[in-house]
Design a protein around this ligand. Sequence first.
Ligand SMILES: [Zn+2]
Length: 275
Amino acid sequence: MKQAYLTIDDSPTKHTNDFVDWLAARDIPAVFFCIGSSYTDLGIPCEGMEQRPAPILKAISHGYIIGNHTYTHPRFSDLSLAEMKEQVLKTEKIIETLYRQAGKSRSHKLFRFRDLDRGCGTWVVDFNKTGPHTETIQELFLKGVNLKAVTPTAADFEKKEAFQDFLRAEGFSADVYKDITFDWYKDTELAEAVDSLCTYSTSDWMINPDFKEYAKDWPYQSVEALKQKIADDSWLASEESSNIILAHDHNHLFTHTTALLEDMLHQGIHFREFK
Ligand SMILES: [Zn+2]
């Protein structure tokens, strides 16, 4: 059977409540990677858990995992190590409070970077060390990423490593993503990550109507194009390994994202539990 973990970024929004209902009705487990407080994304004002706690409380009470997706959604290569840590810790306080209010204990501490910017911009991993897997990993992480491809400095790499150590010391882990056995994952730095990565991006954000004026040059322009991306992806079709799917909870995107998830169900993908 094709197996995948579903991870949803950028909650809460006005759709989070409906998203929880949609997933619960289909018995689909998921983690919602949530932002702590208000921020702007491409000029669009967005809310965080401080402004909109109710749907997050509901997600927790329905057994969904709340992951840490920073306090104000910055790209971490723009921050100092101290600022990176502050982004995590402020968000942790909010998540802990919401779990307490919901009367639930927290089963997993998961963290995801904005745009998978792990402190080294587009270099999700050190491409000097990915050997025969470089092309596969670049295809996965660089296509359509709205960032300049800049080679990181030695100081950037050091900061990235120090932040991984910090996450580990704070009790974060990616051990929950068992059974990711693609060689390009298990034989590279991807398998060492303490943060949550992905093996398939729905790229749903590219068809967010709010981003329309920026979207002209983006590689996917419609739900149909993104369904074709699903159909064409050989890793997603593989039964040899589980996948980690990245989707988004954005204002005005709910019907598109759920159409893509519905399509994955039709393709025989089973969304597995986080144990
Ligand atoms: Zn995000």
